[in-house]
Design a binder for this molecule. Structure first.
Ligand SMILES: *Cc1c(COP(=O)(O)O)cnc(C)c1O
Length: 332
């Protein structure tokens, strides 16, 4: 693992790559009480020639800075973030698997590491990066997944922490996820906290709907939605595949009616871990009854084309016109 510590007096320092192991922490650790914590998720991909690569890691660095600012943690500079993930990837090079859709998943985390039970921003913070070989997140990435649409719980509200990658957002999504699991849905689609009428995103993935005219609709990330790097990449790839990106609010009524009337035939979720996950059915509660709305083309052409275009760049099977790939630096 890579590790560094920050103190109010000295700033960031003591950075190193060391053996994976437990952290020294007391039950008084502020992160355990107040949740001042953020994280990131990124992968290392092995190409056919054996070289190993990151996908847009500077975006993770910048997002972690934005998350840190929202949670009043001390931002770790972009160059330091990149140095930490490159150093860990090189140290763990032998653990980066080759093989179809196999990767090495890396998890940077930063938390208030101070044993003091007063509510204030920590004066001591730990940053650590751990990683390991990862099989595809959803065993066959192309099996459509059923989604529970909750209009009871929210993952984010106006002015809240929805746009920060913080653990608390995930903790507050687990109850809805359990509710979804009870009706056979492994993932949950959240709606806006104020009216529950507008589509936001899943617990850890962004949401897209595809219309029959090839419009690719996803809600804007302003405030309550996490700005996914996969989402951003899909929006960039869309025009080249004959799709028109449309970043605009999408209401549940438009979504449900669009599916029922045949204008929306495919929908998918996306994120680093699972890449693109086709959605099979939306399940929700209408007047106390559970209603199921199946997508007619859950594994449609657009979903397949976007997924293929993205993974081909990531695994080096296609050119990299946007300069998204960054080769892991040699040992320094
Ligand atoms: C991490 C995350 C995503 C996906 O972001 P990527 O950068 O594409 O991995 C989407 N939504 C939430 C809530 C997340 O935490």
């Amino acid at each position: 693992m890579a590790i560094a510590t920050w103190t109010a007096e000295t700033g960031w320092g003591d950075s190193r790559v060391t053996n994976y192991g437990p952290l020294d922490m007391t039950p008084g650790c502020a992160a355990l009480h107040y949740g001042q914590e953020i994280f990131e998720g990124l992968k290392v991909y092995r190409h056919a020639d054996g070289s190993i690569w990151f996908f847009r890691p500077e975006m993770n660095a910048r997002r972690m800075i934005a998350s840190a600012e929202r949670m009043d943690l001390p931002p770790l500079g972009e160059a330091d973030f990149l140095a930490s993930v490159h150093a860990l990837a090189r140290a763990d090079e032998a653990w980066v698997p080759s093989g179809d859709e196999m990767s090495y998943y890396m998890r940077p985390v930063m938390f208030a590491d101070e044993a003091f039970l007063g509510v204030h921003s920590a004066s001591r913070v730990t940053y650590a990066v751990v990683g390991g070989a990862a099989a595809p997140y959803i065993a066959d990435g192309l099996t459509p997944v059923d989604i529970w649409v909750t209009t009871t719980y929210s993952r984010a509200g106006d002015g809240g922490t929805g746009s920060a990658k913080c653990g608390g957002n995930y903790a507050s999504s687990l109850k809805a996820q359990r509710e979804g699991a009870a009706v056979g849905c492994p993932q949950v689609l959240f709606t806006d906290a104020a009216t529950h009428e507008w589509v936001e995103e899943l617990g850890g993935m962004n949401f897209f709907a595809v219309t029959t005219e090839g419009r690719l609709v996803t809600p804007p990330t302003s405030g309550t939605i996490l700005a996914g790097i996969t989402r951003d990449s899909i929006l960039a790839l869309a025009p080249g595949l004959g799709l028109t990106p449309e970043v605009r609010p999408l209401s549940l009524s438009e979504l449900f009616a669009g599916i029922v009337e045949g204008d929306i035939r495919e929908a998918f979720a996306c994120g680093t871990a699972a890449v693109v996950t086709p959605i099979g059915r939306l399940v929700h509660s209408a007047d106390g009854e559970v209603e199921t709305i199946p997508l007619t083309a859950p594994l449609g052409e657009a979903t397949r084309a976007l997924r293929t275009a993205l993974v081909d760049i990531q695994w080096g099977r296609a050119g990299d016109p946007y300069g998204w790939m960054q080769e892991v630096r040699p040992h320094v």
